[in-house]
Design a protein around this ligand. Structure first.
Ligand code: GLC
Length: 747
C-alpha cells in the first residue's frame, strides 16, 4: 500500500542505496530538532508546543526566534548525517536544502516535516469538530488546502492526520483526533490521506501524511497524557487500529509511533505493532518516525538500559526515523558493527525514507520557487470560504429551548466573555503557521452580522469576574450571548484535566447572567467534551463552537442569526459529570446494563447515559424517520429509511445507520456506526435514504486476531444519533462472504 513509485524511481532508490555508506544511511534515519541556542536552549518542537499551548505567547515566541541564535545543524547536514528537520520558513528550507543537495557527497534532499493538524495558513476546525461535520468531501478538501499552503513554505510532510480513537475527555488530545468512533475515524482518515496525498498535478500540491500516534495513545489510563495503556487485543483490533488500517489502505506514506506503552511495551520499541501489524499486515511501505524524544524516553520507561539499548530495540522493532534525540546517529553504526542491528534493517529503514522522498518529487524539485513562497501570503478567497464552510458545518447546536435562536439581526445583544474578543483562541491546539490578521474573533463576526452588539468581557476561563461589566451586560442587552469555555492551552498535548467542567469562575458568571432573567445563549469554545450537567439544566441555549479556525467568528454569527442552519453532530459523547469518563456509545451491554434496579452497572450519583450522545446535534428544523427496511442480499444488507423535514425551514440531517451483533463468540457493542449519509431537505420534503451495509464489514476480530463473520441476529438502526431506538432485527448468514484479513498474534 502507499508508495507507488515507478520502476525508474525504484531503480534510482536502489542505485542510491548501493552507493551509500553506513553513516549516510543512518543519516537519513536522523531528524534533527532545530534547537534554539541563544539563551533559550530547548528543542525547537518544545518551543513550538509552548507557543501552541499558550505557555509562550506568539509574540514572545517570535521575539525568541528573531533574537536567538538557532542551530540548524548545517555541519551535520553537510556530512550527510541528517535526513529531516522541522522547519517551516521557505527561505530557510531552501538554504538548508541547498547544503544537502549541493554540498553533500550524494545530494540526497532533506524532508521538512511539521504539525499541520488542521490547516497551515488557513486554519480550519480542530479534528474533533470537523469529524462532527460528517462531511467527508469537506475533510478531504481542507486537507488538500493545507497541503498546498504548507508545500509553498517548504513543508512536504505533515505529522497528520492524528487518528487516535479517544473515549476519555479528560485527555487533552481528544481535540486533535476524530472522536470516539472507529468508523467515523476511518472515514476521516481516508478523506485526510486523499486530501493530503492525491493531487499529483504538481509537486506543490501534495505532501506525505503521517498517521499518528501508532497505537492506542487515546486509551492512556485515566485520560492522563503519556500514561500507560492496557487493553485486550479485541479492543485494539476493533477500535484503535481501525482508522489506521483504513488510512494505510488509502495509501498513507508514513506513520508516527506513539509515546505510550501498550500492554507493557512502548510503541517505539514494539516490533509487534510496528513491523508485524503496521508494516507486514496492514502493508505500510513508507516509513515510521518516532514521536519527539521518544527513543530517549525508552530508558525512562524502563524498557532500555541506556540510549544505545534504546537505539537497538527501536531499530529492530522497525522504527525507521529518530525524531530529535540523535540517538540513532550516535549509536547505530557501532550496533551494526557489533552485529546487534543488521545492516538489512538499516537498509530497509533507509530505503523507506528514500522512497517517500522520491515519491514527493524532492530529488527532482527540492526547492520552493520564489513564486510559490508568495502564493499564500494573502489567503485566497476560496481558502477563506472553505475555512468558513468547515467552521459552519462543524458547530453543534446542543440546546435551543423556546427557539431563542436564531436571533434577529437588530437584537440588542450583550456579548460576554473574554474568549469572544481573542483572535488567537479560535485556532485551537497545534496551529502554528497562521497570522492573527486572518483570524475572525466571535466579537468581529457578531459585529459584522448584527447591528446592535455591545461587548462586556466580564470574565473567562482564568482570572476574576468583573461585577460592573456583568451588571452592565445584564441591564443593557435584551439577550446575552456568553462565549465561555477553555483556553487553547487547556486542551491538546500535555493538557489533561481531572475536572472537565467549565474552568475558572465561568459557572459563577453564568449563574449571574441567568439570574438576570434575560435569555442566555451559551457559545462554547473548547477542545474537548465538557461536563455540562448544570448548564444543560439551567441555560436555555447551548452552541458547541469548539475551536473552529480562522473563520470561527463568522461561522458562529451566521448560526446565531440563522443565516446558517446548524448541521454539526458530536463526534464524541459529552458526559454529565467528569466521573462518567471514559464514556462512549459503542460499549458492551454487560450482563446488568444500567437501569433503575440497584444491582446494575451504574453510578448512584450520576445519570446512566451521556448528557449528549455521539452523533447528536440539533437543527432549526426537525426531522422524522420511518422504520428502517432491511433486505438481505448475498454480500450486503440493503437498508432504507424515509426521512421527513417536519419543520419550517430547510435543513441538513446526518442519517446514521448503526448495527448490533446480538449474540457472538465475544460480546459486541450495543451499537456500531456502519454507514452515514447527509441529506438536505426542504420544509415538508421527504426522502428515502438507501444504503448498503456490506456483510464483510459486519464482523469483528477476536483476541486471537481472527476476523470472524458469524451467522445470527443483528439489529439495524437508522436515526439521528447513537441513542436512536429505531431498529429492525434480521437474521444474517455469511456463507461465502469474503473475510477481512487476520492480525498476527504477538510473539
Ligand atoms: C509531539 C506530539 C506529536 C508531534 C511531535 C512533533 O510531542 O506528540 O503529535 O507530531 O511532537 O511536534
Amino acid at each position: 500500500m502507499g508508495i507507488d513509485l515507478t520502476k525508474e524511481q525504484k531503480n534510482r532508490v536502489e542505485e542510491l542505496l548501493s552507493k551509500m555508506t553506513l553513516t549516510e544511511k543512518i543519516g537519513q534515519m536522523n531528524q534533527e530538532s532545530v534547537s534554539i541556542v541563544g539563551g533559550f536552549d530547548v528543542p525547537f518542537e518544545q518551543l513550538i508546543e509552548m507557543m501552541t499551548d499558550g505557555r509562550l505567547s506568539k509574540e514572545e515566541f517570535q521575539n525568541i526566534m528573531a533574537t536567538a541564535e538557532t542551530d540548524y545543524h548545517e555541519d551535520a547536514i553537510r556530512e550527510g548525517k541528517v535526513g529531516s528537520l522541522m522547519v517551516q520558513d521557505p527561505e530557510k528550507c531552501n538554504e538548508l536544502q541547498r547544503i544537502a543537495v549541493e554540498e553533500t557527497r550524494l545530494g540526497i534532499p532533506l524532508i521538512f516535516g511539521l504539525d499541520v493538524i488542521h490547516g497551515f495558513r488557513s486554519v480550519y476546525p480542530i479534528a474533533i469538530a470537523e469529524a462532527g461535520s460528517f462531511d467527508t468531501d469537506l475533510m478531504e478538501k481542507t486537507a488538500a488546502m493545507a497541503a498546498k499552503e504548507s508545500r509553498s513554505a517548504g513543508v512536504a510532510w505533515h505529522f497528520a492526520p492524528m487518528l487516535d480513537v479517544a473515549r476519555d475527555a479528560r485527555w487533552g488530545r481528544v481535540s486533535e483526533g476524530p472522536g470516539e468512533d472507529p468508523y467515523l475515524g476511518a472515514t476521516f482518515a481516508r478523506a485526510k490521506v486523499r486530501g493530503l496525498q492525491n493531487d499529483h498535478s504538481s509537486t506543490e500540491n501534495y505532501v506525505a501524511a503521517c498517521l499518528k500516534h501508532f497505537v492506542g495513545y487515546g486509551a492512556c489510563e485515566a485520560g492522563k497524557d503519556y500514561n500507560t495503556v492496557s487493553m485486550a487485543n479485541h479492543i485494539l483490533y476493533n477500535n484503535y487500529l481501525v482508522p489506521f488500517k483504513a488510512a494505510v489502505e488509502e495509501g498513507a506514506q508514513t506513520a508516527m509511533a506513539s509515546f505510550n506503552d501498550l500492554n507493557g511495551v512502548p510503541s517505539t520499541v514494539n516490533k509487534w505493532v510496528l513491523r508485524d501489524i503496521l508494516k507486514y499486515s496492514m502493508g505500510l511501505n513508507g516509513f515510521v518516525v518516532s514521536d519527539a524524544n521518544a527513543i530517549k524516553e525508552c530508558v525512562v520507561h524502563g524498557i532500555a538500559e541506556d540510549e544505545k539499548d534504546a537505539a537497538r530495540k527501536s531499530a529492530v522493532a522497525g522504527l525507521d526515523m529518530d525524531m530529535g534525540t540523535e540517538i540513532y546517529i550516535n549509536n547505530l553504526e557501532s550496533l551494526v558493527n557489533e552485529g546487534k542491528v543488521l545492516v538489512e534493517e538499516i537498509d530497509d529503514a533507509c530505503r523507506r525514507i528514500l522512497s517517500v522522498k522520491m515519491w514527493l518529487g524532492l530529488f527532482d524539485q527540492p526547492y520552493v520557487s520564489e513564486e510559490a513562497m508568495k502564493r499564500y501570503e494573502e489567503i485566497p478567497e476560496e481558502h477563506k470560504a472553505l475555512a468558513l464552510k468547515a467552521a459552519e458545518e462543524s458547530a453543534v447546536l446542543l440546546k435551543n429551548e423556546g427557539n431563542i435562536l436564531p436571533l434577529k439581526k437588530d437584537a440588542k445583544i450583550s456579548l460576554v466573555g473574554t474568549l469572544a474578543e481573542k483572535k488567537d483562541e479560535v485556532v485551537g491546539a497545534w496551529a502554528m503557521s497562521w497570522k492573527e490578521k486572518d483570524c475572525v474573533s466571535i466579537l468581529d463576526g457578531m459585529k459584522q452580522e448584527f447591528s446592535n452588539v455591545e461587548y462586556y468581557p466580564c470574565g473567562g476561563p482564568e482570572g476574576e469576574l468583573s461585577e460592573d461589566e456583568i451588571s452592565a451586560a445584564c441591564n443593557n442587552g435584551d439577550v446575552i450571548v456568553a462565549v465561555l469555555g477553555e483556553t487553547v492551552a487547556m486542551s491538546g498535548e500535555a493538557a489533561s484535566r481531572a475536572d472537565i467542567t467549565l474552568p475558572g469562575k465561568q459557572r459563577k458568571l453564568l449563574e449571574k447572567l441567568i439570574a438576570s432573567g434575560k435569555p442566555v445563549v451559551l457559545v462554547l469554545m473548547n477542545g474537548r467534551p465538557l461536563a455540562l450537567s448544570w448548564e444543560a439544566e439551567n441555560v436555555p441555549v447551548i452552541l458547541e463552537g469548539w475551536h473552529l479556525g480562522i473563520q470561527m467568528g463568522n461561522a458562529i454569527a451566521h448560526i446565531l442569526s440563522g443565516k446558517k442552519n446548524p448541521e454539526g453532530r458530536l463526534s464524541s459523547s459529552f458526559p454529565a459529570v467528569t466521573g462518567q469518563c471514559p464514556i462512549y456509545y459503542n460499549h458492551p451491554n454487560t450482563g446488568r446494563p444500567a437501569g433503575n434496579f440497584k444491582f446494575t452497572s451504574r453510578y448512584l450519583d450520576a445519570p446512566f447515559t451521556a448528557l449528549y450522545p455521539f452523533g447528536y446535534g440539533l437543527s432549526y428544523t426537525s426531522f422524522e424517520y420511518s422504520d428502517p427496511e432491511v433486505s438481505e442480499e448475498k454480500d450486503a444488507l440493503d437498508i432504507s429509511v424515509k426521512v421527513k423535514n417536519t419543520g419550517e425551514r430547510e435543513g441538513v440531517e446526518t442519517v446514521q445507520f448503526y448495527m448490533q451483533d446480538v449474540a457472538a463468540s465475544i460480546v459486541r457493542p450495543v451499537k456500531e456506526l456502519k454507514v452515514f449519509e447527509k441529506v438536505s431537505l426542504k420544509p415538508g420534503e421527504e426522502k428515502t435514504v438507501k444504503v448498503k451495509l456490506f456483510k464483510k464489514n459486519m464482523g469483528f476480530w477476536n483476541n486471537q486476531g481472527k476476523y470472524l463473520l458469524e451467522d445470527g441476529f443483528f439489529r439495524i438502526y437508522a436515526g439521528s444519533d447513537s441513542a436512536t431506538e429505531n431498529c429492525k432485527e434480521i437474521r444474517v448468514s455469511f456463507d461465502d462472504v469474503e473475510r477481512l484479513s487476520d492480525y498476527p498474534m504477538e510473539k
